[in-house]
Structure formats: C-alpha cells, structure tokens
Design a protein around this ligand. Structure first.
Ligand code: E4P
Length: 228
C-alpha cells in the first residue's frame, strides 16, 4: 500500500515527505480553503507541492469546473503545472466525459467523490488512472464506509482496465476520507492500492503505546549500562 497525504498545507507536506514514506499528495477545494488559499495563487501553490514531493509523487489538483469542456480545459491547464499533476474530477456525467477526453490527452485523472461500485466501474471505464472512494463520509451518515470500499476494490479487481487508462497503467484505488489508523489497517487488509490520509492520521499511524513503553525501558536500561 502506498501513502498519500490529504492536505494542501506545505508545512505538513514537507514534514511528511521528510519521513520517507510519502508517495503522493491529494488536495481538494476545501483543503485549499482551509489553509487560506486564494484563487490567483492556486496554480503556484500546486507547483510548490509538486516541487516538495518531487516528480515521482503524483499530486492531485481538483478541477472546480462543472461542464465537460470546462473540466477538460481546466485539466489541461492544471496538467501544465508539473509532470506529476493528476487532475481530480468529480464522479458525475460531465466528469466521466471529461475524464475520457483528458485520458486521450494522456492526462491522468483521479475520479473523486466516488461512493458506489457502479460509479467506480464507470470511472475506470472512462479512463481514470485513480479512483477515490470515500470512507469517513459514509460513516458520518451511519453507513459502513469500509464495507463500501471493500466492494469497490473487489469489483475493480475483477476486471482489467489497462486498455482504458491514458498510458495503459493499472487503475489504482485511493482509499479516501480516512479518519483513523484503523481505517488504514482495514484498507490494507482489503488490498487498497493507496490510502490518502490527513497529517493527524499519519502521525497516529507511527505511534503505538507499546513502542513508547518499550523505548522508555530500553533507554532506562541503557543508562544502567553506561553507569555500570
Ligand atoms: C480525497 O481525495 C479527499 O480529499 C478527502 O479524502 C476527503 O476527506 P474528508 O471526507 O475527510 O473531507
């Protein structure tokens, strides 16, 4: 499983990138608004993220256009920011049509706001390089987000979509809207290709109380060795 950071915060991205396990970044309009992002700075900000993580890490930048032609135009402009930009497109009719067109231009698309197996299958058939099913937002409405993602992974893995993606690559599932380290565990067990996690969850993924306790006792015992 690969880990993406779900944030537009440059400090968080720099810090997480320095930990050595970061494989990409996902952003969305809400995450950009959360850091006080301004419309005119959006492309520059995405460029900075691409520079921090380097060319091998995909960075999802979301189109806010609502018609296929506008999404394609927006996506082509976003793709010019850096070679590692992935255009994030909502799962809707106009988004599917735009994804097909962007794939023809060899622009990778991350289809977002995916909540069902039929949506995911259509996204893959339209040529999405990544599909982002959301977990936490299901839990928010008292549904089982993990069960929904499990179904999407099973359905997508039943088929070969490499003839649909822009460069013949495998479509990858990004488990999104992750709220806990347990979500990550469960997604890994069900074979999600990627988990995109907020920085707070990434920090929790490193921690375990038995690691802390073990480290404390090793340090105490090492003091005894030094004083022996
Ligand atoms: C996915 O790429 C989204 O940015 C994200 O995971 C949404 O998460 P949320 O439901 O916590 O807003």
């Amino acid at each position: 499983m690969k880990f993406f950071l779900d944030t537009a915060d440059l400090n968080e991205i720099e810090e997480a990138a320095s930990w050595g396990a970061l494989a990409g970044v996902t952003t969305n309009p809400s995450l950009y608004a959360k850091i006080g992002g301004k419309l005119g700075d959006f492309h520059d900000h995405m460029k900075k993220i691409c520079e921090i993580v380097g060319p091998d890490c995909p960075v999802s930048a979301e189109s806010v256009a609502m018609t296929r032609d506008e999404i394609v135009a927006d996506g082509l402009k976003l793709a010019e920011i850096a070679p590692n930009i992935v255009v994030k497109v909502p799962t809707m009719v106009e988004g599917l049509a735009a994804t097909k067109e962007l794939a023809k231009h060899e622009v990778p698309v991350n289809m977002t706001l995916c909540f069902s197996v039929p949506q995911a299958l259509l996204a893959a058939r339209a040529g999405a390089r990544y599909i982002s099913p959301f977990i936490g937002r299901f839990d928010d409405i008292s549904d089982d987000g993990l069960a929904q993602v499990a179904n999407i992974i099973d359905a997508i893995n039943n088929y070969d979509f490499t003839d649909c993606t822009c460069k013949g690559e495998k479509v990858e599932i990004i488990a999104a809207s992750i709220r806990s380290a347990n979500h990550v565990t469960q997604c890994a067990l069900m074979g999600a290709d990627i988990a995109t996690v907020p920085f707070g969850v990434l920090k929790k993924m490193v921690q375990h109380p038995l690691t802390d306790r073990g480290l404390e006792s090793f340090m105490k015992d090492w003091e005894k060795v030094q004083n022996a």
